[in-house]
Design a binder for this molecule. Sequence first.
Ligand SMILES: Nc1ncnc2c1ncn2[C@@H]1O[C@H](COP(=O)(O)OP(=O)(O)O)[C@@H](O)[C@H]1O
Ligand SMILES: Cc1ncc(COP(=O)(O)O)c(C=O)c1O
Ligand SMILES: [Mg+2]
Length: 289
Amino acid sequence: MKRIISIQSHVVYGCAGNSSAVFPMRRSGMDVLPINTVQFSNHTQYAEGWKGMVMPAGQITELVQGLENIKVLGTVDALLSGYLGSAEQGEEIVAAVEKLKAANPNAIYFCDPVMGHPEKGCIVAPGVSEFLSTKALAAADVIAPNLLELETLTDRVIHNLDEAIEACESLIAKGIKMVVVKHLSRAATSTEKFEILLVTAKGAWLANRPLYEFAANKQPVGVGDLISGLMLANLMAGFEPVIAFERTNASVDAVLAETFKQNAYELQLILAQDAIANPVIAEHAKQVK
Ligand SMILES: Nc1ncnc2c1ncn2[C@@H]1O[C@H](COP(=O)(O)OP(=O)(O)O)[C@@H](O)[C@H]1O
Ligand SMILES: Cc1ncc(COP(=O)(O)O)c(C=O)c1O
Ligand SMILES: [Mg+2]
């Protein structure tokens, strides 16, 4: 069984961060070790706000040390990071990646560069975007931005698929092994489908899934965290990148379809759990470069 440390937010109610990714990764057969960057009542896109706290400085480092003390750190196959409570937590994560790779040189770092953005509504502490664009990017093996995050990481405005591929290739040229663009949004080839992109040194692949008409102020949150968690789980399960990409897209579609069917705001992970574990691929990814 592959083992993944997942360093993300925890929300008491609903799905975001670890509360969106841990159960699906476990349901996909992974042994997941969650480290929470924050403990919030709910995600930060509720109009009513949220309660809770950012985990104290040093907490990530202390917990990783605890894993090393009991000789578990060397058995970990991957570290996934997502929503950060502070830029200082990012520094602790990069140090944890270095410690992990010293204990297991085959381990990989999968970074979901969750950034706040007025267009998106997600609220993230100051300095996090700058950290993600520099030190996290330098340490990551796989990175999974949405379009806005990809633009920030590559300091460019992206208008279409070709420009999105070029932006990903610029990250590959810097040493990133794989880029998953979780949402092509305005750079997508069609407005009728929800499109995602996989780019590696071997090429670029486009996948899509149906668009569900959620109410404007009730767009489910935690989808990116779900995509990143399932992509990593599928890679750890041994699927080739394109197959992992297709399986992830199929599982995420099943979750969104169930969420839409239930007219829910929070992702319906439990109702869709069988499709998480055993996705049915409706349409294969198309190689676009
Ligand atoms: N199949 C779908 N149909 C409609 N909306 C979707 C679908 N999948 C994801 N979304 C919405 O698209 C947005 C994706 O957010 P974005 O910030 O672009 O990436 P992410 O949040 O996944 O990191 C979210 O509002 C999510 O609810
Ligand atoms: C606490 C928390 N964690 C994680 C996220 C990331 O969610 P998404 O996967 O939609 O980018 C958000 C977004 O608002 C959030 O508020
Ligand atoms: Mg996101």
